[in-house]
Design a protein around this ligand. Structure first.
Ligand SMILES: C[S@@+](CC[C@H](N)C(=O)[O-])C[C@H]1O[C@@H](n2cnc3c(N)ncnc32)[C@H](O)[C@@H]1O
Length: 353
């Protein structure tokens, strides 16, 4: 590598606008650039609208190069989308699918750019329970440990008075009444059907999708390792209640939006949706792996995936620290002798029409 090559690499690695949204951030100190972009907006918007009217593509792909962090890039993109939408209305055409690509150097603070624009989130769905990519634009989709997260805590877990029908539990437990299992099954069937329909529209014909997720061995196999982890977390919560560290009422409303389907349920939803076939589905046991995990490490893993939801429900504070300390101790004691099976599923799907 020549010295000029390595200097170029340094710029690529090191150069970025001041990250975050603090006083000295680019996000808070780029209104001058936005003013100039606004001054030129009539040129930008008329260029794209004229181009759209001349060609009326069904997909409009837009790229902003050097988007940086802060609101500028997405503010302009939002106006571009609105202008094209208005033009469609004028010429009586359905709006195109928008594909927006943002480019910047690797050290750019993409996160704070997105976080700062909650209004934009409302307009464009980011969760995978909404459309993400243009029609027929993907040949292969991979998703691991994500599709077992539901779009929401099942509404049917709460009765007409807002009381939870799964008291004392966070997830389905051996103590849960059948109506709790039904509520989760129903939510998963709806969500997974929607997920398949949306991804199928985005896949090319013959395109494949590999999904890896937590699962269970069969319809009635609830005594699995994941359920065990949630059960012990519920026990830790109940000890926190008895110590007066958190209100029982608050705990009774804390439920997880998680579900472990079995292969049969997946097959039913795939068949009902109708545009994909299952090329392969396998269930593999991770029981030994979990049994050999140190209880405190297992507690840290659950903390890493649940803390954001807990903070949003209970607020910041010592509760989370104390709860996970206790949870780690309980798991450490219980895991070596606990009887559970822990399964994961892999499903390979192909779009047939
Ligand atoms: C001053 S900011 C402008 C941000 C935004 N477009 C605006 O108008 O407010 C310039 C951005 O260009 C990015 N940039 C500079 N060189 C680049 C390169 N070679 N490739 C991609 N992005 C680059 C920087 O990281 C920075 O985020």
């Amino acid at each position: 590598m020549s010295s000029s090559d390595s200097e170029a690499m340094d710029v690529v690695k090191a150069f970025h606008m001041k990250e975050g949204v603090g006083e000295t951030s680019y996000a808070q100190n780029s209104s001058l650039q936005m003013r100039v972009v606004n001054l030129m907006k009539h040129i930008t918007l008329s260029t794209i609208v004229d181009m759209y009217i001349a060609t009326t593509p069904t997909r409009l792909a837009i790229a902003d190069l050097g988007c940086s962090s802060g609101p500028n890039s997405l503010t302009l993109i939002k106006e571009i989308i609105q202008s094209v939408d208005e033009a469609c209305h004028r010429i009586d055409r359905p709006p195109p699918e928008f594909m927006v690509s943002l480019n910047d150097l690797p050290a750019n603070d993409f996160n704070s750019m997105f976080l700062g624009l909650s209004e934009f989130y409302k307009k464009l769905p980011w969760p995978f329970y909404g459309r993400l990519f243009p029609t027929n634009s993907l040949d292969f989709i991979h998703s691991s440990f994500s599709v077992h997260w539901l779009s929401q805590v099942p509404k049917d877990l709460f009765d007409e008075n807002g009381e939870c029908i799964n008291k004392g539990n966070i997830y389905i437990s051996p103590m849960s009444p059948p109506s709790v299992v039904k509520a989760y099954e129903k939510q998963f069937a709806e969500d997974f059907n929607l997920f398949l329909r949306l991804r199928s529209a985005e896949l090319t014909l013959g395109g494949r999708m590999v999904l890896i997720m937590a699962g269970r061995a069969g319809r009635d196999s609830w005594g699995n390792g994941i359920t065990f982890l949630w059960d012990v977390l519920a026990q830790a919560f109940s000890i926190m209640v008895s110590l007066g560290k958190v209100e029982e009422d608050k705990v009774s409303k804390y439920k997880t939006h998680f579900y472990t389907p079995c292969v049969e349920e997946i097959e039913e939803v795939v068949q009902r949706e109708g545009s994909l076939v299952i090329d392969k589905s396998e269930m593999f046991s991770t029981s030994e792996m979990l049994r050999r995990t140190n209880g405190r490490d297992a507690a840290r893993s659950i903390r890493a995936i649940q803390e954001s939801m807990m903070v949003s429900h209970f607020g910041e504070g010592v509760l989370i620290e104390d709860l996970f300390e206790l949870y780690g101790d309980l798991l450490q004691k219980k895991m070596p002798d606990a009887k559970f099976e822990c399964f994961n599923l892999v499903v390979v799907l192909r779009k047939t029409h």
